[in-house]
Structures are given as structure tokens and as C-alpha cells.
Design a protein around this ligand. Sequence first.
Ligand code: GTP
Ligand code: MG
Length: 229
Amino acid sequence: MSNEDLKYEVINDSKQHDLFFKLIIIGNSGVGKSYLTLKAIKNQFDKSSISTFGITNENFFVKINGDIIRLQIWDTCGQEKFRSLLRSFYRNSSLAIIVYAIDNQESFNDVQIWLNEIKTESNPDIDIILVGNKVDLADQRKVDKEKAEKFFGDNNLSLFMETSAKTGFNAENLFIKAAEILYKKDRKLKLDNSAVFSKEPYIHEGIKIQGNDDIDNDNENKRKKKCDC
Ligand code: GTP
Ligand code: MG
């Protein structure tokens, strides 16, 4: 199925969904993970916001070819001392977004560390998107787009994108693309082999039908674990 065949419609909220996926957003503190999420979901860029306290989640809904996809976005704190807290969230995620800031070389250098963490701790089938945020700060750019594209290619990641939470550039598009990747993978696995599909843990996360919120209960206690970053 080509991209042109898919029809998208972002939905503000929905009590029901046809497909449900968990997505984790990681990267160094201050790269803009929370702002990007807020911009995409609520179209907000509030300068008074503060560093994420532990782990929070937001929902993003998009209808693709008539199916309502619910992405549950786990927004994490980037500080190193809390990384062990994130490990159980990696395992439950179908897709990870690693964010760096284009004006911060260290945040890009550390992408390798985040990638190693995911590869060690997550489901091997996890999709990984690399995001260079803060492109509105082009005059302070430290990370060449070409270098990031090379990293993306060398590591077989699913997508690379530059974004700006401030201007909104690619903010909503990032989560639409994430939903598209998961939607297509789900479709392909269903078509390929229904027997394999039913045994595959990734898919157990992938297919949750008609707004069953019980799926979140097992994570509620984990969500309450806080860190003071
Ligand atoms: P932690 O929660 O500590 O891990 O950080 P974070 O990655 O969630 O960063 P956050 O979203 O809180 O953003 C940090 C700072 O960067 C804020 O002061 C934002 O104003 C700023 N910021 C975020 N995104 C952008 C962007 O696209 N452009 C610019 N210019 N500033 C941004
Ligand atoms: Mg944050």
C-alpha cells in the first residue's frame, strides 16, 4: 500500500479506538520532548512549563483509512539518574522516538546511548524514530542534518525527521507518521500470518479493540512512580 492510498484525519479525542499502541519518547533533558508532544496534541507552546516530573502519558488519536488509532505517548524525563526507571516502559512500547536538539551537540552524541538502551531492553521488533527538534534555531545549529541522516541510515531506524515544537513544524506530522508505521506493520502481520500474529507480544499491544481502558490499569502503578527531574 503506498502512502497516497492512506487517508488521515487527526481526532481531538475519542472514547473508542480500533488499534492501540504504546509509544515512548526519550532523549536528553531539555531537547523538547514534552513541548513537542504538547504542540502535537494541544497546539500549545507554553514557555512557563517545567521539566517532566517522572513519566507522564498523553493520547494522540488519528483515523487512518477509517480505523481509529490511539497512540498512548509515554513522555519521559531525560536525566540520566532516572534511566533505570524507564526500562520497563521500553519493554511495553511498540515504538520509540529518540529526540535530540539541533542546537545541542551533546544531545545528538547521546542518541547512541539511548539507542543502546532501547536495543537492550525493548522488544526486538520495536520501531525507532530519530527526531532533531528546535529547527527554528537554525542560526545556532550544531548538528548537521546530513550527519543525523547518516546515523539514521547506518542504524536502520524507521524514520528521521526534523521538527520544531515552537513553530509546530512537523510536530503533528511526527505522530501521524508514527501511527502510520504501526498501522502498516499491524496490517502486514495480519495479512502475512495470523498464527504468528497471535503469538507475537508486539501484536498483543497492537490490537486492542473498541476503547478498552483496562489495558492501562497495569501501568497505572508504574506511572505513579515519580522522579524529581
Ligand atoms: P525533560 O522533561 O527534562 O527531559 O526535558 P524535555 O525534553 O521534555 O524538554 P522540554 O519539552 O521541557 O523543553 C525544554 C526547553 O526547550 C523549554 O524551555 C522549551 O521552551 C524549549 N523548547 C522545546 N522545544 C523547542 C523548540 O522546538 N524550539 C525552541 N526554540 N525551543 C524549544
Ligand atoms: Mg519533559
